[in-house]
Design a protein. Structure first.
Lengths: 507, 374
């Protein structure tokens, strides 16, 4: 009962974190299924319909069920502690925004058991293929509505908390960067999620109520769906990435024992990325046949993203430069993030160029690119954050050796899965196909083996976390020498259930 | 020590995978055979070198810091931060590099979009799951055919040995002359598909209800293969594109043969067929057009793909079934076959379904189909 009615930000943070781990496992199992079918040419494991359902649900579950909630979990735990607030601003709303999620997840999973199965339309749910789907499509649409509501409520809560509940002396430009990135992310969510709700609602009425938003025969346009979807979808990329940037910006200075090189420029760069993210959406649609001026505008705007992103990467490297570095697990994940996220950023630059994008659009090159950004970016940042803060949350240290092994296994298997997919894409393998020509076999085999390994490595992670909670050694108040935000300097370990009932004074 | 072991395990796995694959390993663009594809290749190479230089530079710093500025080596942290000059430089220099990249790319974008003054115009229509080609203007005007996957199902689902062009072979190839500017107008009949020939650097989404175009000019005779690149439902992975580029005189010959063949195929729809003949022909039409959804067993895969065995429509009055086959069912994968198949083929396939899997309905003659066409 405590967990159902709780309004405590720490409890709710924990709920978010466990929920996202469960969803991460479900989505991961689906990925393993996909890679099993792709291990060899020919159809062995499943029929193409089910394959399409898996790719769709893998995408939706990982984006909305795993990555977004894990960072909301971080926000719940960390934001009040980092700004010296006793709790989130709207405590009951906070409870409700979490408890919406299990309903949405149930709808998503239930769709597999409907006649016709889950929708096999890709996580982007392009019209008019969506009109051909069974009732599973409707369940997915409702799930997206609920997930969107949850995100919007959560974001309003985060914005209010940050703007109103900072401790005396904690000016905006003194906030830890993690808090800054979440403030900006929350604004992105409030602006972008209603657009997605609009897109899927139009799909719903096209399916059942005879409207023709996306049907040319009734005066609509299938490409309109893509414009609306990506107007949400591109900011969504940064919704996923920015909180991760925030985590990395806490971890790197802590283990370099040196302040972040350019705090102010990091804040400006994050804001710049957020603003630009609203004017680049059509770079996902270079092949729909838009006018040349449209292609050029979106190409130039997209290339522009490289500038603030570069500023961030340079800042992180400059923070490490001439520091006093140690490589505990959080720092390893942060370095892995830095290295591979930048790789994903570079392929993003390649993809921003219209002629090259037209060649590799909807191939495995794109799959490799966005997994470098989402997995090596967001997931690695999430692991860095969990190892960084878990002593504070649980009061116990995790097993450092096992943590390091988890990092190296994840790093090696991740690259085994996705690095070779660049080659597949360049050589011309389309994405979302259950079977492929023979010249793609070798890379697919390596990729599948990597996926199986990556899956097993995450079982080790689960073990490390449970082992830490059950019988980890007691953690000191500040286990990381270079950490300097309020939760380390002002609060004991483990943190009490209620903290900062009298606000600290920040000088 | 652990590092070397991981490397050797990886090398072993890679060797294992390579020995299992009989085929050459593809890892880069197909050899470009059009000006645009060559431009794309060159742009890609230039930008990759640029990226490698920047990557090595930035991560040279990171790895040097990881190596030299470690606490375990006794390195003391310096507390410097914020340096306006450095920060302005690392904002402005990348921006300048981007401007330099943008210039040649812009020229290619404009060239790629220039579909004016083609010597041959071909309309490409995406269907679930095959491609229709209509030669609209230029030599070969009036030629029209449908192109479908030719790889046998036994190779896909069964253990039959897979051929060299597994999943990249079709019954009717698109044929074009080399050296001529060819404009393709791309559209679709049901959902969005994408027409792509990697060696030409030409990819265009096929959007139902809209016409979009792209172009290519092939330098070298040869057969070039690609696949549909926009998820279009169950058989998305099984609708390849094959283009055969031939010298001008061979193209003229092909046009002549094709036109003769089209004239020969044109059958008299008023002829009355025997039931056995219709069923035999219908079975072939069914295998080519219907089997992917309705299955060889006629049981389909409900609810998306309804069964024909015992179906009310199939066992019902003839006009009802003829209308469905001619006009399709909106918002489902059941497409309008009226434009793709002749009266005789439609009559044959309908008769086949009405006489198979325990169905016992009357046969349909081509004249009845002709009468239902609008």
């Amino acid at each position: 009962m405590r967990w159902i009615t709780t309004t405590n930000h720490k409890d709710i943070g924990t709920l978010y974190l466990w929920f996202s781990f469960i969803m991460f496992s479900v989505g991961g199992l689906m990925a393993v299924g996909i890679r099993m079918e792709l291990f060899s040419p020919g159809l062995q494991v499943m029929d193409p319909d089910f394959f399409n359902q898996l790719t769709t649900m893998h995408g939706l579950i990982m984006v909305f069920g795993a990555i977004m909630p894990v960072f909301v979990g971080f926000a719940n735990w960390q934001i009040p502690m980092m700004i010296g607030a006793p709790d989130m601003a709207f405590a009951r709303l906070n409870n409700w925004s979490f408890w919406l999620l299990p309903f949405a997840a149930t709808l998503l999973v239930l769709s597999f058991f409907m006649p016709g199965g889950a929708p096999g339309v890709g996580w982007t749910m392009y019209a008019p293929l969506t009109v051909q789907m069974g009732i599973g499509m409707d369940l997915t649409i409702f799930a997206v509505h609920i997930l969107g509501m949850s995100s919007i409520l959560g974001s309003i809560n985060i914005i209010t908390t940050i703007l109103n509940m900072r401790a005396p002396g904690m000016t905006l430009m003194k906030m830890p960067l993690f808090v800054w990135t979440w403030l900006i992310t929350a604004y992105l969510l409030v602006a972008a999620m209603p657009v997605l709700a609009g897109a899927v609602t139009m799909t719903l009425t096209d399916r059942h109520f005879g409207t023709s938003f996306f049907n040319a025969a009734g005066g609509g346009d299938p490409v309109l769906y893509q414009h609306v979807f990506w107007f949400f979808g591109h900011p969504e990329v940064y919704i996923i990435a920015l909180p991760g940037f925030g985590v990395i910006s806490q971890v790197i200075p802590a283990f370099s024992r040196k302040p972040l090189f350019g705090y102010a420029s990091m804040v400006y760069a994050t804001s710049a990325i957020a603003i630009i993210s609203f004017i680049v959406w059509a770079h996902h649609m270079y092949t729909v046949g838009m006018p040349v001026t449209g292609q050029l505008f979106f190409m130039y705007a997209t290339m522009l993203v490289a500038v603030p992103t570069g500023v961030k990467v340079f800042n992180w490297v400059a923070t490490m430069w001439k520091g006093s570095l140690t490589f505990e697990t959080p720092m390893l994940f942060a370095c892995g993030f830095l290295f591979m996220f930048t790789l994903g950023g570079f392929t993003g630059l390649v993809l921003s160029l219209v002629p090259i994008d037209i060649q590799v659009h909807d191939t495995y090159y794109v799959v490799a690119h966005f997994h470098y950004v989402m997995v090596a970016g967001a997931l690695f940042a999430a692991f860095a954050g969990i190892y960084f803060w878990i002593p504070k949350w649980t009061g116990h240290m995790y097993n450092e050796t096992l943590g390091k092994i988890h990092f190296w296994l994840t790093l090696v298997f991740f690259n085994m899965i996705f690095f070779v997919q660049h080659f597949l894409g360049l050589a011309g393998m389309p994405r979302r196909i259950p079977d492929y020509p023979l010249m793609f076999e070798t890379w697919n085999k390596i990729s599948s083996l990597g996926a199986f390994g990556m899956g097993l490595a995450q079982l080790l992670f689960l073990y490390v976390v449970i082992d830490c909670i059950r019988k980890g050694a007691p953690a000191p108040q500040k286990p990381w020498e270079g950490a300097d935000s309020l939760e380390w300097t002002h609060l004991p370990t483990p943190v009490p259930y209620h903290t900062f009932e009298t606000p600290p004074v920040v000088k | 020590m652990r590092g070397t072991r991981i490397v050797s395990v990886l090398a072993g796995l890679a060797g294992l995978a390579a020995s299992g694959a009989a085929h050459a390993i593809a890892w880069y663009f197909q050899t470009p055979v059009s000006g645009i594809a060559r431009d794309i290749d060159q742009l890609h190479q230039v930008i990759m070198w640029l990226i490698i230089v920047i990557f090595v530079g930035v991560f040279g710093f990171m790895f040097w810091a990881c190596y030299a500025h470690r606490k375990s080596k006794g390195h003391r942290a310096e507390q410097f931060h914020e340096n306006t000059t450095v920060e302005i430089l690392w904002t402005v220099i990348p921006a300048l590099i981007l401007v330099i990249i943008a210039w040649p790319v812009t020229k290619t974008v404009i060239a790629q979009k220039d579909t004016a003054a083609p010597e041959l115009t071909i309309k490409v229509t995406g269907y679930q799951w095959k491609w229709g080609y209509d030669y609209l203007r230029g030599e070969g005007e009036g030629i029209s055919f449908v192109s479908m996957l030719a790889t046998p199902r036994e190779q896909i689902e069964g253990g039959a040995r897979k051929g060299e062009n597994y999943l990249l072979e079709v019954d009717n190839e698109m044929v074009v002359p080399v050296g001529k500017k060819i404009r393709v107008i791309v559209t679709a009949a049901d959902v969005i598909h994408a027409w792509w020939v990697p060696a030409f650097g030409a990819k265009q989404d096929a959007i139902p209800g809209f016409l979009r175009d792209t172009w290519f000019r092939v330098d070298r005779p040869g057969t070039y293969r690609g696949q549909c690149t926009e998820l279009c439902g169950k058989e998305h992975g099984f609708m390849p594109i094959v283009v055969r580029a031939v010298p001008a005189e061979d193209y003229t010959k092909w046009v002549g043969e094709r036109k003769q063949a089209m004239a020969a195929v044109a059958e008299d729809p008023s002829k009355t067929w025997k039931v056995d003949e219709l069923v035999a022909r219908g079975e072939k039409v069914y295998a080519a057009n219907c089997v992917a959804c309705h299955q060889a067993s006629g049981r389909g895969a409900p609810p998306a793909f309804p069964p024909l065995a015992g179906s009310k429509v199939v066992n019902g009055p003839e006009p009802g079934q003829i209308d469905v086959v001619l006009n399709g069912r909106p918002n489902t994968a059941m497409q309008a076959f009226g434009k793709q198949l002749s009266d005789t083929d439609i009559a044959a396939v309908i008769t086949f379904t009405r006489k198979s899997w325990g169905n016992k309905a009357s046969e349909v003659q081509p004249a009845e189909v002709k009468a239902r066409r609008k």
